[in-house]
Design a protein around this ligand. Structure first.
Ligand SMILES: Cc1cc2nc3c(=O)[nH]c(=O)nc-3n(C[C@H](O)[C@H](O)[C@H](O)COP(=O)(O)OP(=O)(O)OC[C@H]3O[C@@H](n4cnc5c(N)ncnc54)[C@H](O)[C@@H]3O)c2cc1C
Length: 442
C-alpha cells in the first residue's frame, strides 16, 4: 500500500525544500523525498552564492546582516541564514598573461557593501539546513535515502516508488535537479535541444594570493577556462575547472591551474585544499511546459544548466503555493497549477527559454599574447553586473566598439575572431557529439 499525501516532492535541494515549506505552511500533507542520506550535505558542486540587489529571472533577493536572513520581495518570502558569508561585487576576467578586464570597481564598491554587493557567498549546507529545520512545524514528512526510480499516473494523482516503498499524492513536484530522472522517464526531454555534457570539478581552498578576489573571477589559460569565487568563510574560495571535451579530465585541468600554469599557479602556492566536489551536467534547452499528468518539474529539473539558487528557491515557493491553491479549489489538474505555469512562462521560459549557449573557446583560436592584447584594450573598468548574460552582452558591446582599432592594430586577431564566429556552430556540434550519451558510441 502506498503512503498517501496531498503532495509528493522529490528532491530536497533549494527548489524542493522551499516547495515543501510553502505547501506545509498552507496546511498540506507533504512527503519530501531525497536520495541523500543526510539531506543538507552538498556533494554536487555549487558556489553557494545568493545573488542580491539585482533581478534574476525577474526575482530579487536582499540580505539582512543583522536579522540573519534573506528576503525575496518579489515572491514574498524570507529564509534564515546565520552562517558565515562573504560579499561579492561583480566579475573579473583574466587573460593568460594576467591582464584583467574588470566589471565593477571593487575598491569603490566595497565602501558600501550593503548597497553595492551583487552576491552573498553562503555555506549552502547551512542555508538548506535552516529551511529543513523549519519544516518540523508543518505536516511535512521527510524521507532521506529515498532514491526514486519509478513514477506513474494513478486515478488519484501520481505514485512514485524507490527501494520498495511507494508514495501517492494528488501532485508530484519533481525537484530532482539538472539530470532529472523524472523528466527523462516521463518524456519531458523529448524535443529539448541537447548542448553537450559538461564535467566540472571544484576545489574549496583556504588561502589565495590574488588581488581583489571579492568577485566571480574567470581565468583564460592555454589549457582552458577556469573560474573562482569566494566561499562562505573568510579567506576561503571555490575554484572550478570545467570541460565539455572527453580528451581532458577536470581533475587534470585543475592540477594544471594549481601547479603548472605560468601565470595563475603563483596565486595558489600557499593554498590548502579543504574539500573537492564535482558534477556532470547534461545541458538541454529548458522545458517549455513543465507539467504533465499531475507532475510539475521545478528548479534545475526543467532548466538549461543552472537556474541558480535564487531561481530554484523562488520556483519552490511558487510551486508549493500553486499546489495549495489547486487543492483548495478542487482542481487536481493543470488548470489548478496555472498560477505557477503562468509565472514560469512569464519570468523564465518567455524571456530566456530560447537562448542558446555557444561554444566560444577563445584559447583555441587566439594565442596567450593575443588574449593579453584584447584584455588590455578597453583600458577602463566596465560597469558592475552579476548577471552572466548581461556580462556577456557588455563585453560584446565593448569589443564591437573596438573592432576598428583591432582591425588597424592587429588584423590577424580580427581574422581569428571572425573564424571563431564562423566555427561557432561546428564547435557546438563537436560538443554535442562528445556529450552523453553520444560519446559512449564514438
Ligand atoms: C559548479 C556549479 C556552481 C554553482 N554555483 C552557484 C552559485 O554560486 N550560486 C547559484 O545561485 N547557483 C549556483 N549553481 C547552480 C545551483 O547549484 C542550482 O541552480 C540549484 O542548486 C538548483 O536547485 P534544485 O533544487 O533545482 O536542484 P539541486 O540543488 O540539484 O537538488 C536536487 C536534489 O534532488 C535529489 N535527487 C536527485 N535525483 C533524485 C532521485 N532520483 N530521488 C530522490 N532524490 C533525488 C538530489 O539529491 C538533490 O538533493 C551552481 C551550479 C554548478 C554546477
Amino acid at each position: 500500500m502506498p503512503k498517501k499525501y496531498d503532495v509528493i516532492i522529490v528532491g530536497a535541494g533549494p527548489a524542493g525544500l522551499m516547495a515543501a515549506r510553502a505547501a506545509g505552511e498552507n496546511g498540506l500533507k507533504v512527503a519530501l523525498l531525497d536520495r541523500k542520506a543526510e539531506i543538507p550535505k552538498i556533494h554536487r558542486s555549487c558556489g553557494g552564492v545568493i545573488g542580491v540587489n539585482h533581478y534574476t529571472f525577474g526575482q530579487s533577493a536582499t540580505f539582512h546582516d543583522e536579522q540573519h536572513s534573506f528576503a525575496f520581495p518579489v515572491t514574498g518570502f524570507t529564509i534564515p541564514y546565520a552562517g558565515p558569508y562573504q560579499n561579492i561585487y561583480g566579475y573579473q576576467i583574466y587573460s593568460p598573461g594576467g591582464k584583467r578586464l574588470e566589471l565593477g570597481d571593487f575598491a569603490e564598491l566595497k565602501k558600501d557593501p550593503v548597497k553595492n554587493r551583487t552576491g552573498v557567498a553562503t555555506s549552502k549546507e547551512l542555508l538548506l539546513r535552516g529551511i529543513l529545520e523549519n519544516l518540523n512545524k508543518y505536516a511535512v514528512e521527510i524521507y532521506p535515502g529515498a532514491n526514486i526510480t519509478s513514477v506513474r499516473k494513478t486515478p488519484q494523482g501520481v505514485m512514485v516508488g524507490g527501494g520498495g516503498e511507494y508514495f501517492e499524492g494528488s501532485f508530484l513536484i519533481a525537484a530532482d535537479g539538472i539530470n532529472s530522472r523524472i523528466a527523462r522517464n516521463l518524456g519531458f526531454n523529448e524535443g529539448r535541444r541537447f548542448f553537450g555534457t559538461s564535467c566540472d570539478t571544484s576545489w574549496e581552498i583556504e588561502g589565495l594570493d590574488c588581488p581583489d578576489a571579492e568577485g566571480f573571477i574567470f581565468m583564460i589559460t592555454p589549457a582552458g577556462l577556469f573560474s573562482m569565487l569566494p566561499a562562505a568563510e573568510t579567506n576561503h574560495y571555490h575554484v572550478y575547472a570545467l570541460t565539455y571535451r572527453r580528451d581532458k579530465a577536470p581533475a587534470e585541468l585543475i592540477h594544471y591551474l594549481f601547479y603548472k600554469d605560468p601565470t595563475f599557479s603563483s596565486w595558489f602556492k600557499q593554498s590548502k585544499l579543504l574539500h573537492a566536489t564535482s558534477c556532470v551536467i547534461n545541458v538541454f534547452s529548458p522545458v517549455e511546459r513543465p507539467y504533465k499528468d499531475n507532475v510539475l518539474l521545478i528548479g534545475d529539473a526543467c532548466w538549461r544548466r543552472e537556474i541558480s539558487n535564487v531561481g530554484a528557491l523562488s520556483c519552490g515557493w511558487m510551486a508549493g503555493q500553486a499546489a495549495a491553491i489547486a487543492l483548495n479549489e478542487g482542481n487536481r489538474n493543470e488548470r489548478g497549477l496555472r498560477s505557477y505555469l503562468e509565472w514560469y512562462e512569464r519570468y523564465f521560459y518567455k524571456p530566456h527559454g530560447a537562448a542558446t549557449p555557444s561554444a566560444l573557446d577563445f584559447q583555441d583560436y587566439l594565442s596567450p599574447e593575443e588574449l593579453d592584447y584584447l584584455a588590455g584594450l578597453p583600458g577602463r573598468k566596465l560597469p558592475q553586473t552579476m548577471e552572466f548574460i548581461e556580462m556577456v552582452r557588455l563585453i560584446g558591446r565593448t569589443y564591437a566598439e573596438l573592432m576598428s582599432t583591432i582591425s588597424d592594430e592587429r588584423p590577424g586577431i580580427l581574422e581569428r575572431l571572425i573564424t571563431l564566429r564562423e566555427n561557432r556552430d561546428a564547435d557546438m556540434e563537436q560538443r554535442v557529439r562528445s556529450g552523453f550519451p553520444n560519446f559512449l558510441t564514438m
